[in-house]
Design a protein around this ligand. Structure first.
Ligand code: 23J
Ligand code: MN
Length: 258
Protein backbone atom coordinates (compact mmCIF):
# COMPACT_ATOMS: atom_id res chain seq x y z
CA UNK A 1 0.00 0.00 0.00
CA UNK A 2 2.35 2.78 -1.14
CA UNK A 3 -0.61 5.11 -1.70
CA UNK A 4 -0.92 5.93 2.01
CA UNK A 5 2.82 6.46 2.45
CA UNK A 6 2.81 8.63 -0.70
CA UNK A 7 -0.14 10.57 0.71
CA UNK A 8 1.68 11.41 3.96
CA UNK A 9 4.87 12.24 2.03
CA UNK A 10 2.91 14.64 -0.22
CA UNK A 11 1.42 16.37 2.84
CA UNK A 12 4.90 16.62 4.39
CA UNK A 13 6.43 17.88 1.12
CA UNK A 14 3.60 20.36 0.66
CA UNK A 15 2.40 19.11 -2.72
CA UNK A 16 -0.91 18.35 -1.03
CA UNK A 17 -2.62 20.74 1.38
CA UNK A 18 -5.36 20.34 3.98
CA UNK A 19 -8.11 22.95 3.62
CA UNK A 20 -10.40 23.44 6.62
CA UNK A 21 -13.93 23.99 5.31
CA UNK A 22 -15.27 24.54 8.84
CA UNK A 23 -16.57 27.73 10.49
CA UNK A 24 -15.74 28.43 14.17
CA UNK A 25 -18.37 26.92 16.53
CA UNK A 26 -19.43 28.95 19.57
CA UNK A 27 -22.11 31.17 21.11
CA UNK A 28 -21.74 33.62 18.18
CA UNK A 29 -22.46 30.95 15.55
CA UNK A 30 -25.52 32.02 13.52
CA UNK A 31 -28.42 29.54 13.36
CA UNK A 32 -31.29 29.21 10.90
CA UNK A 33 -34.43 31.25 11.61
CA UNK A 34 -37.63 29.30 10.84
CA UNK A 35 -41.15 30.78 10.62
CA UNK A 36 -42.45 31.46 14.18
CA UNK A 37 -44.94 28.55 14.23
CA UNK A 38 -42.03 26.09 14.22
CA UNK A 39 -39.65 25.24 17.08
CA UNK A 40 -36.47 27.33 16.80
CA UNK A 41 -32.87 26.11 16.66
CA UNK A 42 -31.39 27.07 20.05
CA UNK A 43 -27.84 28.10 19.10
CA UNK A 44 -24.72 27.26 21.05
CA UNK A 45 -24.31 27.69 24.79
CA UNK A 46 -21.24 26.69 26.80
CA UNK A 47 -20.78 26.30 30.51
CA UNK A 48 -17.50 25.65 32.30
CA UNK A 49 -17.42 22.37 34.28
CA UNK A 50 -14.05 23.25 35.78
CA UNK A 51 -11.08 25.42 34.85
CA UNK A 52 -8.06 24.55 37.06
CA UNK A 53 -10.18 25.47 40.08
CA UNK A 54 -12.09 23.93 43.00
CA UNK A 55 -14.24 21.93 40.61
CA UNK A 56 -11.20 20.42 38.94
CA UNK A 57 -7.80 21.75 39.98
CA UNK A 58 -5.74 20.35 37.09
CA UNK A 59 -8.26 20.27 34.26
CA UNK A 60 -10.43 22.50 32.05
CA UNK A 61 -13.60 21.33 30.30
CA UNK A 62 -17.00 22.63 29.23
CA UNK A 63 -20.55 21.46 28.74
CA UNK A 64 -21.89 22.40 25.31
CA UNK A 65 -25.54 22.63 24.30
CA UNK A 66 -26.79 23.12 20.75
CA UNK A 67 -29.13 21.78 18.11
CA UNK A 68 -27.77 19.06 15.86
CA UNK A 69 -27.97 21.47 12.90
CA UNK A 70 -25.68 24.23 14.18
CA UNK A 71 -22.80 25.91 12.40
CA UNK A 72 -20.84 23.80 9.95
CA UNK A 73 -22.95 20.66 10.10
CA UNK A 74 -24.03 17.44 8.43
CA UNK A 75 -27.63 16.65 7.39
CA UNK A 76 -28.46 12.92 7.46
CA UNK A 77 -31.33 11.51 5.33
CA UNK A 78 -33.49 10.92 8.44
CA UNK A 79 -33.49 14.70 9.02
CA UNK A 80 -36.28 15.02 6.45
CA UNK A 81 -39.63 13.19 6.36
CA UNK A 82 -38.85 12.08 2.80
CA UNK A 83 -35.84 10.08 4.10
CA UNK A 84 -37.30 8.80 7.36
CA UNK A 85 -37.69 5.13 6.33
CA UNK A 86 -34.54 4.69 4.25
CA UNK A 87 -31.90 2.16 5.39
CA UNK A 88 -28.74 3.53 7.05
CA UNK A 89 -30.25 7.01 7.18
CA UNK A 90 -28.93 8.33 10.51
CA UNK A 91 -25.65 9.53 11.96
CA UNK A 92 -24.79 6.22 13.68
CA UNK A 93 -25.74 3.91 10.80
CA UNK A 94 -24.34 5.56 7.66
CA UNK A 95 -21.42 3.45 6.37
CA UNK A 96 -18.27 5.55 6.98
CA UNK A 97 -17.06 5.03 3.41
CA UNK A 98 -19.80 7.47 2.45
CA UNK A 99 -18.21 10.32 4.38
CA UNK A 100 -15.32 10.56 1.86
CA UNK A 101 -15.61 11.58 -1.77
CA UNK A 102 -14.20 13.70 -4.58
CA UNK A 103 -15.29 17.34 -4.53
CA UNK A 104 -16.91 19.07 -7.50
CA UNK A 105 -16.89 22.81 -6.79
CA UNK A 106 -19.36 24.90 -8.77
CA UNK A 107 -18.48 28.60 -8.57
CA UNK A 108 -21.48 30.94 -8.83
CA UNK A 109 -19.95 33.79 -6.83
CA UNK A 110 -20.54 36.30 -9.66
CA UNK A 111 -24.18 35.26 -10.13
CA UNK A 112 -24.87 35.49 -6.37
CA UNK A 113 -23.24 38.94 -6.21
CA UNK A 114 -25.96 40.07 -8.66
CA UNK A 115 -28.84 38.05 -7.13
CA UNK A 116 -29.01 36.99 -3.46
CA UNK A 117 -31.84 34.56 -4.33
CA UNK A 118 -29.85 32.85 -7.08
CA UNK A 119 -30.89 29.24 -7.70
CA UNK A 120 -28.56 26.77 -9.38
CA UNK A 121 -30.31 25.37 -12.47
CA UNK A 122 -29.59 22.09 -14.32
CA UNK A 123 -28.08 24.16 -17.18
CA UNK A 124 -25.46 25.53 -14.78
CA UNK A 125 -24.47 21.97 -13.87
CA UNK A 126 -24.24 20.82 -17.49
CA UNK A 127 -22.24 23.94 -18.42
CA UNK A 128 -19.85 23.17 -15.52
CA UNK A 129 -19.57 19.56 -16.78
CA UNK A 130 -18.66 20.76 -20.31
CA UNK A 131 -15.65 22.47 -18.76
CA UNK A 132 -14.67 20.04 -15.99
CA UNK A 133 -16.13 16.65 -16.94
CA UNK A 134 -19.16 14.75 -15.71
CA UNK A 135 -19.82 14.71 -11.96
CA UNK A 136 -18.81 11.17 -10.90
CA UNK A 137 -20.98 8.98 -8.66
CA UNK A 138 -20.45 9.47 -4.91
CA UNK A 139 -19.05 13.01 -5.20
CA UNK A 140 -19.59 15.93 -2.88
CA UNK A 141 -21.03 18.80 -4.94
CA UNK A 142 -20.02 22.07 -3.29
CA UNK A 143 -21.79 25.30 -4.22
CA UNK A 144 -19.28 28.14 -4.02
CA UNK A 145 -21.25 31.36 -3.57
CA UNK A 146 -18.91 33.61 -1.57
CA UNK A 147 -21.59 33.69 1.15
CA UNK A 148 -19.09 32.66 3.88
CA UNK A 149 -17.37 36.06 3.38
CA UNK A 150 -20.43 37.56 5.09
CA UNK A 151 -18.83 37.50 8.54
CA UNK A 152 -21.46 39.87 9.91
CA UNK A 153 -24.32 37.77 11.32
CA UNK A 154 -27.11 40.00 9.92
CA UNK A 155 -25.58 39.95 6.44
CA UNK A 156 -25.05 36.17 6.68
CA UNK A 157 -28.66 35.40 7.70
CA UNK A 158 -29.96 38.25 5.49
CA UNK A 159 -33.48 38.26 6.95
CA UNK A 160 -36.07 40.68 5.53
CA UNK A 161 -39.83 41.04 6.25
CA UNK A 162 -40.45 38.34 3.58
CA UNK A 163 -37.99 36.00 5.30
CA UNK A 164 -34.35 35.17 4.59
CA UNK A 165 -32.66 35.70 1.24
CA UNK A 166 -29.75 33.46 0.27
CA UNK A 167 -28.85 31.27 -2.72
CA UNK A 168 -29.58 27.58 -3.24
CA UNK A 169 -30.68 24.91 -5.68
CA UNK A 170 -33.72 24.70 -7.93
CA UNK A 171 -35.64 21.49 -7.24
CA UNK A 172 -34.86 20.16 -10.73
CA UNK A 173 -31.14 20.60 -10.03
CA UNK A 174 -31.38 18.69 -6.74
CA UNK A 175 -33.13 15.90 -8.67
CA UNK A 176 -30.45 15.86 -11.37
CA UNK A 177 -27.68 15.66 -8.77
CA UNK A 178 -29.36 13.08 -6.51
CA UNK A 179 -30.87 10.77 -9.14
CA UNK A 180 -28.90 11.16 -12.39
CA UNK A 181 -25.47 11.89 -10.90
CA UNK A 182 -25.92 9.78 -7.73
CA UNK A 183 -23.81 12.16 -5.61
CA UNK A 184 -23.02 11.74 -1.89
CA UNK A 185 -24.61 15.10 -1.18
CA UNK A 186 -24.34 18.84 -1.56
CA UNK A 187 -22.39 21.36 0.48
CA UNK A 188 -23.12 25.07 0.75
CA UNK A 189 -21.72 28.21 2.39
CA UNK A 190 -25.15 29.33 3.64
CA UNK A 191 -26.87 28.41 6.95
CA UNK A 192 -28.84 25.58 5.31
CA UNK A 193 -28.77 23.60 2.06
CA UNK A 194 -31.99 25.21 0.80
CA UNK A 195 -32.28 28.76 -0.50
CA UNK A 196 -33.38 31.39 2.03
CA UNK A 197 -36.81 31.71 0.39
CA UNK A 198 -37.27 27.91 0.03
CA UNK A 199 -39.89 27.73 2.80
CA UNK A 200 -42.21 29.33 0.22
CA UNK A 201 -41.32 26.91 -2.60
CA UNK A 202 -43.49 23.97 -3.67
CA UNK A 203 -42.65 21.63 -2.03
CA UNK A 204 -41.12 23.66 0.82
CA UNK A 205 -37.34 23.17 1.21
CA UNK A 206 -37.06 21.15 -2.05
CA UNK A 207 -33.34 20.47 -1.73
CA UNK A 208 -33.81 18.85 1.68
CA UNK A 209 -36.83 16.88 0.42
CA UNK A 210 -35.01 15.66 -2.70
CA UNK A 211 -31.55 14.96 -1.29
CA UNK A 212 -32.72 13.19 1.84
CA UNK A 213 -35.55 11.36 0.04
CA UNK A 214 -32.84 9.85 -2.16
CA UNK A 215 -30.52 8.96 0.73
CA UNK A 216 -28.15 11.86 0.06
CA UNK A 217 -26.46 14.14 2.59
CA UNK A 218 -26.11 17.87 3.18
CA UNK A 219 -23.27 20.05 4.46
CA UNK A 220 -24.14 23.59 5.59
CA UNK A 221 -22.12 26.67 6.62
CA UNK A 222 -18.93 25.65 4.81
CA UNK A 223 -16.10 28.13 4.17
CA UNK A 224 -12.83 28.32 2.24
CA UNK A 225 -14.36 26.82 -0.90
CA UNK A 226 -12.34 29.45 -2.81
CA UNK A 227 -9.21 27.50 -1.80
CA UNK A 228 -10.36 24.41 -3.72
CA UNK A 229 -9.97 23.53 -7.40
CA UNK A 230 -13.14 22.80 -9.40
CA UNK A 231 -12.13 19.12 -9.40
CA UNK A 232 -9.26 17.18 -7.86
CA UNK A 233 -9.87 17.68 -4.11
CA UNK A 234 -11.16 15.02 -1.73
CA UNK A 235 -13.57 15.94 1.07
CA UNK A 236 -13.89 14.11 4.40
CA UNK A 237 -17.10 14.97 6.27
CA UNK A 238 -17.79 12.54 9.12
CA UNK A 239 -20.56 13.51 11.60
CA UNK A 240 -20.54 12.54 15.26
CA UNK A 241 -21.90 9.02 15.78
CA UNK A 242 -25.02 10.31 17.54
CA UNK A 243 -27.42 7.42 18.17
CA UNK A 244 -30.52 8.12 16.03
CA UNK A 245 -28.95 11.48 15.16
CA UNK A 246 -30.40 13.56 12.32
CA UNK A 247 -27.18 15.49 11.80
CA UNK A 248 -24.26 16.93 13.68
CA UNK A 249 -21.72 19.70 13.79
CA UNK A 250 -18.48 18.40 12.32
CA UNK A 251 -15.03 19.31 11.08
CA UNK A 252 -15.00 19.21 7.27
CA UNK A 253 -11.56 18.74 5.73
CA UNK A 254 -10.52 18.83 2.09
CA UNK A 255 -7.25 17.43 0.73
CA UNK A 256 -6.21 19.32 -2.37
CA UNK A 257 -3.17 19.80 -4.61
CA UNK A 258 -1.19 22.70 -3.11
C1 23J B 1 -35.21 22.49 9.62
C2 23J B 1 -36.17 23.03 8.82
C3 23J B 1 -35.81 23.71 7.68
C4 23J B 1 -34.47 23.78 7.36
C5 23J B 1 -33.48 23.21 8.15
C6 23J B 1 -33.88 22.58 9.29
C7 23J B 1 -32.05 23.29 7.79
O1 23J B 1 -31.63 24.05 6.97
C8 23J B 1 -31.08 22.36 8.35
O2 23J B 1 -30.17 22.75 9.07
O3 23J B 1 -31.15 21.18 7.99
S1 23J B 1 -33.99 24.62 5.89
MN1 MN C 1 -29.14 20.86 8.72
Amino acid sequence: MTVLADFIAALDRGTLKVVDLTQPLGPDTPVIGLPPMFAPSPGVSMEVISRYDDKGPAWYWNTITMGEHTGTHFDAPVHWVSGKDLPNNRCDTIPPRRFIGPACVIDVTAEVARDEDFLLMPEHVTAWEKQHGRIPPNAWVLLRTGWSKRTNRERFLNVTPEGPHSPGFHRSTSELLAKDRDILGVGVETVGTDAGQAGRFDPPFPNHATMHGNGKFGLASLCNLDQLPATGAVVIAAPLKIVDGSGSPLRVLAIAPA
